[in-house]
Write a protein that binds this ligand. Sequence first.
Ligand SMILES: [Fe+2]
Ligand SMILES: [Fe+2]
Length: 264
Amino acid sequence: MKNIFEFAEAFFQLTDVDDKLALTHQAWHTYTTGDLTFSSDQPVLPIDQVIFPERPELLAPRQMPRRKLTTPDGVAAFFHAIAHVEFVAIYLAWNILYRFRGMPEQFYRDWLRVADEEAQHFALIRAHLRAMQLDYGDLPAHSGLWDHAKDTADDLPGRLAMVPRCMEARGLDVTPALIEKFRARGDDASVAILTRILTDEVGHVELGSYWFKFVCQQRGFDAEAKYRELIDQYYVGGKPKGPFNRELRKMAGFSDAELDWLEC
Ligand SMILES: [Fe+2]
Ligand SMILES: [Fe+2]
């Protein structure tokens, strides 16, 4: 296989977690050797043809058991939830590059690199979970993460606003405090993994900002006004709630005006 969109379709149709990871790395490797092709005249398949593995069981967020970081089981459940976030993030990266055609080749390369990094994040967390005698799929996971993809299946500015510039940006707000909690407890392995992920995630949100501004300019939208409009349209419950990490969000392409609007 040499075509990026064929790789994407194969990713969505595989049922096994390890096969999905291997395929993602194989696609990235094909790109690095210069063999990946980026054009296709095949139609884009509907978003509901995406297959998730049988496990974990997916529950609505309010059905998810509460977890506390004060017990070993709570820590394991927390990392299971993070594993699921990373797993869905692989799908989200593949999905944005698969669905939205006609962009510059750099767009496809950028999100393929993100898919490969998300697959690395997932593998790091899964190894960490296994060291805690838990595996991905042993606990239920929450079904809401993929909803943003379905809601914005045909809306590229909406997808960029909701996924990298909302969901992933949330990670920039909350992860530093989590790292400090694990550091205070002397849990160096957790600190190392979360720090590595945070560094990469600043880059993912930054790409989201870059491509958001690119499509806004292409379509004649004012990017800041469009961002507010899309959050109003897609974000359930009004607006994301803070506190926001202004420093990391600014590194990742948020403007002061956007951050002021989120905070007000
Ligand atoms: Fe990630
Ligand atoms: Fe990410």
